[in-house]
Structures are given as structure tokens and as C-alpha cells.
Design a protein around this ligand. Structure first.
Ligand code: 2AM
Ligand code: CA
Length: 279
């Protein structure tokens, strides 16, 4: 099955790479973009993936946001992760396809059609970059690179996100921001970076990469427990449980009691740290 998914994703990537004359529009705020290539690629992936697995459910960013099925198979798809990069010709883009079974992640493929790098993983079977096994690094915090962003699409949350960066920067090696969460998480999976924090990611941004990162030996969670594959949530990830706990502590210290979508961070702190320490 994974090789068939990879084949579909590679074919969709060729279409994205060769797309010309696409139109760009915003989805409510000027930072949140969609192009006609996003919409066209979601249509292509939906058709191909549903015919690969008849009876499955398709959840996608551009117009197909439905709940993940509690029983059976659900695809979670971002046709272009890094749309702002794509619209400007910056070649950091990920086509992200996850397959869930009974609401649990089963497989993930992330493909950058501009670099021709494809990450893939199936639960329990390891993670791969263009077919070669990958693992997270074992770098300690002081050598770690952090991927993070400052919530461009909701600037009311950007100040505390900057504060998290301010705290981490002296403790680690440096900070990077590539503009596609899916590719950033996969770069962690191959050992190129060690830490990841975003206050709000949608399931299609992280679903496929979460399988790749977990299978590569990494750790990824939200606040107070596992990722929510049905709605946007905070995402923290690291190469080791110790680095995950350090980052989670910094995030909770900064955000404190600040409610996030009606949920106080503090109330879920204990569960976050038990996830961090026990995984
Ligand atoms: P996108 O390009 O598919 O929109 C940038 O750091 C990351 O944030 C990208 O993965 C980008 O995905 C994602 N992103 C952009 N707008 C977002 C939004 N409104 N909510 C959640 N994630 C978003
Ligand atoms: Ca997208």
C-alpha cells in the first residue's frame, strides 16, 4: 500500500512542479493563502486516493474538512504545505498525505516536488527518506536546532511565540523557520534538527509527518496529551524525551493560564509532562 501512496504523491508532485499560471487568493486574512494549484492538487489526490481505497474517507485542507472516521480508513491531506513559499517560487513545499485507521495514524508520506525528496513511514515499520532508513539525532539541547514559527495567520498569538523563541535561543544552537511544517518535522526525523514548536497547526500540516517522526524515533505531542487529528492544536516535538520536556516547560511557562480556544494550558500541564517523560 505505501508504495502505491508514494506513487500517487509523486505523480501529484509532478503536476505541482509543472503548474504555471496559477491564481493566488487569500482565505480571510492576507497571510493565509490558497492557489488554484492547491485546489487542483487536492482534487487529484482525492480522486486517486479514494479509488486506491474504496470506502475510505477523505479529509483535506481545501474544502474537504470532515471528521476523521472512528472506524475504518481516513486520508488526511494537505495538497501543498507551504503555500506562501509555493506562490513566491521558494522551493520549500510539502505534499502531505496521511492514512488513519480507526482514527489512529497508520502511514504518512511527505514529498517536496522541487527537491524530489520523499519521506515515508508506516506504523511499526520505520521511517525512510527516498527509500533509505532515517532516525532522529541524539544531539543534546545545547546543540539543538529549533524549528518554530510565530503564528503569521493569527498575530494576536505571535508575541508569546516570540517569547518562547527568546527563551530557547540562548539554551540551544539556533532557530530555523522554513515555512512548511510537514517538511520541518520530516527534517527532524532525518536528524537535521531537534526541536519543534507551533502554537496552532492543522491536522493536514502534521498528520503525515507525525508518523514519519515517530517512526524515526522522535517524540511529538500537543498540550496535555496526544495530537488532535480533528482540529487545530499546539504541536511540540523533539528528538529525545528530555528535550521534549524542556521545550514543553518553556511553552507552558510562557503561555501559562492564557486560554487557547477555551482551554487553559495550565490544567493540562501534568499530562504534557507525563507524555514527555514516559515516552
Ligand atoms: P499551509 O502552507 O498549508 O497553509 C507555516 O509555518 C505553516 O503554518 C505551514 O505549514 C502552513 O501551512 C501553516 N499554516 C498556514 N496558515 C495556517 C492556519 N490558518 N492555521 C494553521 N496552520 C497554518
Ligand atoms: Ca496547504
Amino acid at each position: 500500500m505505501i508504495s502505491e501512496i508514494e506513487d500517487i504523491v509523486r505523480r501529484s508532485g509532478k503536476r505541482v512542479r509543472e503548474a504555471s499560471g496559477f491564481t493566488v487568493s487569500d482565505k480571510g486574512t492576507r497571510e493565509n493563502l490558497v492557489t488554484s494549484a492547491d485546489v487542483e492538487n487536492e482534487r487529484f489526490l482525492k480522486e486517486e486516493l479514494l479509488s486506491l481505497l474504496p470506502g475510505s474517507v477523505f479529509k483535506g485542507e481545501e474544502g474537504d474538512d470532515v471528521p476523521v472516521a472512528k472506524e475504518g480508513y481516513t486520508w488526511i491531506v494537505d495538497p501543498i504545505d507551504g503555500t506562501t513559499n509555493f506562490s513566491r517560487g521558494i522551493p520549500e513545499v510539502g505534499i502531505s498525505v496521511a492514512l488513519m485507521k480507526d482514527a489512529k495514524p497508520l502511514a504518512g508520506v511527505v514529498y517536496n516536488p522541487f527537491t524530489d525528496i520523499l519521506y515515508s513511514a508506516e506504523a511499526g515499520k520505520g521511517a525512510f527518506k527516498n527509500g533509505k532508513p532515517i532516525t532522529v539525532s541524539n544531539r543534546p539541547l545545547e546543540d539543538a536546532i529549533l524549528f518554530t514559527a510565530w503564528c503569521a495567520y493569527d498575530k494576536s498569538l505571535s508575541a508569546p511565540c516570540f517569547e518562547v523563541s527568546e527563551r530557547l535561543h540562548p539554551a540551544c544552537n539556533d532557530i530555523r523557520r522554513i515555512g512548511t511544517a510537514a517538511v520541518e518535522l520530516c527534517m527532524m526525523a532525518e536528524g537535521a534538527a531537534e526541536l519543534y514548536f507551533e502554537i496552532r497547526l492543522s491536522p493536514w500540516d502534521f498528520a503525515a509527518a507525525s508518523v514519519v517522526l515517530t517512526e524515526a524515533g522522535g517524540h511529538i505531542c500537543s498540550f496535555g496529551g496526544p495530537l488532535d487529528y480533528d482540529r487545530p492544536c499546539p504541536v511540540i516535538a523533539a528528538n529525545t524525551p528530555g528535550n521534549l520536556a524542556y521545550l514543553a516547560r518553556a511553552v507552558v511557562d510562557v503561555f501559562g493560564e492564557r486560554p487557547y480556544r477555551g482551554q487553559a494550558f495550565r490544567s493540562s500541564t501534568e499530562a504534557t509532562f507525563s507524555t514527555a517523560w514516559s515516552s
